[in-house]
Design a protein around this ligand. Structure first.
Ligand SMILES: Nc1nc2c(ncn2[C@@H]2O[C@H](COP(=O)(O)OP(=O)(O)OP(=O)(O)O)[C@@H](O)[C@H]2O)c(=O)[nH]1
Length: 399
């Protein structure tokens, strides 16, 4: 009898233990899920296209489909980051630090100064000057022009005084770098036909590995420091890791990223979504990252052309920045030519100038493309991007 009375109590205890375990596991799983969701927007605020935007996407799809480049319809998620940010380095201090770093790579200027200071230059000396310029990637045409001007000026002034020689070289290099070019980045939002704010959109192109994603992160940081609102679009869908890398930068600089979780998703869809989301949020600047696989000029042209056209259904593309790795010399020059034929470039970002003594590529690329260098990358750090300053650049070369 005592045994049978004890049974329900045992059952109750077992039931209570199981209940506690089930509830405990449930709560733990719930908290884990929440944690991994913190970088995602809530379902309720995940942007859903408004009727107007859906129509715009439909029209864009129809127009692009008519060109036989079908748009994908992969889901695209904006990721929200709420990082606590440290203040970026101020521009003057950044410029000072970068100038010092650039001066260390000023092999060309120093070599030229040494030859020019010999006085009564022989043809061998001029050959040496030409070789120095070509080795520094100045390019044939610009080298010829510089030599011509140096010959004239050194004759006219007839001196080997190092200060005068330096001044002549400075003047001539500066003329080639062309301080009159407009190097500002157009990041002022516009007003659309609907009266709403359109973000200024920046499309970033270039071969993989040149530093596009890093440059976008650094640029976003500069814009955020200027109190601009920024949104990034991960239209490099070729590798999932590329979107992850952009997301990491987004987190680092406190800027949201629109991406697709599907590897190989249509880059144009992501770019379109990023601009649509920028319009919805009235973001000042939307910067779109792209893949730059160069295996075939035709497909590159299709892909970048389509991305640009689709973005323009939402807001005009203000800037197309071509990112070039300064350490790759002639190779960089041929890439630059292909990209400029494929998509109209408005500015050049020359990365990794910290890793080369061949500053001459600045002159060569500007002349070849007829487009100014707007930014230079001088390291992998978040503040290692500076607006290109012709005077500072030439001074650093010959200091
Ligand atoms: N030293 C130096 N390294 C840089 C600079 N800019 C970028 N890098 C490095 O170059 C490498 C490639 O940069 P990414 O930003 O991944 O290049 P990407 O063009 O986006 O390449 P994918 O991600 O393959 O499309 C990274 O290790 C960067 O840290 C720079 O100005 N100086």
């Amino acid at each position: 009898m005592g045994e049978t009375e004890a049974m329900p109590e045992t059952l109750i205890i077992i039931f209570a233990v199981v209940l506690v375990l089930v509830v405990g596991i449930g709560l733990y799983a719930g908290s884990r899920k929440k944690k991994s969701d913190t970088f995602r927007l809530d379902e309720s605020i995940t942007p859903v296209l408004t009727e107007e935007e859906a129509e715009a996407l439909e029209r864009a799809e129809a127009e692009v489909a008519a060109e036989e480049v079908p748009l994908g319809d992969e889901p695209v998620d904006p990721q929200t980051f709420t990082a606590t940010l440290e203040r970026p380095e101020s521009v003057p201090s950044r410029m000072e630090r970068l100038r010092a770093r650039l001066a260390r790579s000023g092999g060309m200027g120093k070599a030229l100064l040494a030859i020019l200071s010999r006085g009564d230059l022989t043809e061998d000396d001029w050959d040496e000057i030409e070789e120095t310029l070509l080795v520094a990637d100045v390019g044939l045409e610009a080298s010829d022009e510089l030599m011509e001007n140096l010959r004239t000026q050194t004759k006219v002034r007839g001196t080997t005084d190092p200060a005068v020689v330096r001044e002549i070289l400075r003047e001539q290099l500066l003329a080639l770098v062309d301080p009159s070019l407009d190097r500002t980045l157009d990041t002022t939002p516009g007003i659309g036909e609907d009266g709403g704010q359109h973000p200024a959109t920046v499309l970033v192109v270039g071969v993989n590995g040149t530093g596009k994603t890093t440059t976008i992160g650094k640029l976003a940081r500069v814009l955020v420091a200027e109190d601009r609102t920024v949104l990034l679009g991960a239209a490099d869908t070729f590798r999932a890791a590329a979107a992850d890398q952009l997301a990491t930068w987004g987190e680092r600089v406190g800027v949201d990223v629109v991406r697709s979780d599907i590897e190989g998703a249509d880059p144009a869809s992501v770019a379109f979504e990023a601009v649509a989301e920028g319009r919805r949020r009235e973001t000042d600047v939307v910067i779109v990252d792209t893949a730059g696989r160069l295996q075939n000029k035709g497909s590159l042209m299709d892909e970048l052309g389509k991305i640009k056209r689709v973005m323009e259904k939402q807001a005009p593309v203000r800037e197309v920045l071509l990112v070039i790795d300064a350490t790759t010399g002639q190779n960089a020059m041929s890439q630059a030519k292909i990209f400029s034929e494929v998509v109209g470039i408005t500015g050049i970002v020359l990365t990794k100038l910290d890793g080369t003594a061949k500053g001459g590529i600045v002159i060569n690329v500007q002349r070849t493309l007829g487009v100014p260098v707007k930014f230079v990358g001088l390291g992998e750090g978040a503040d290692d991007l500076a607006p290109f300053d012709p005077e500072g650049f030439v001074d650093a070369l010959i200091s």
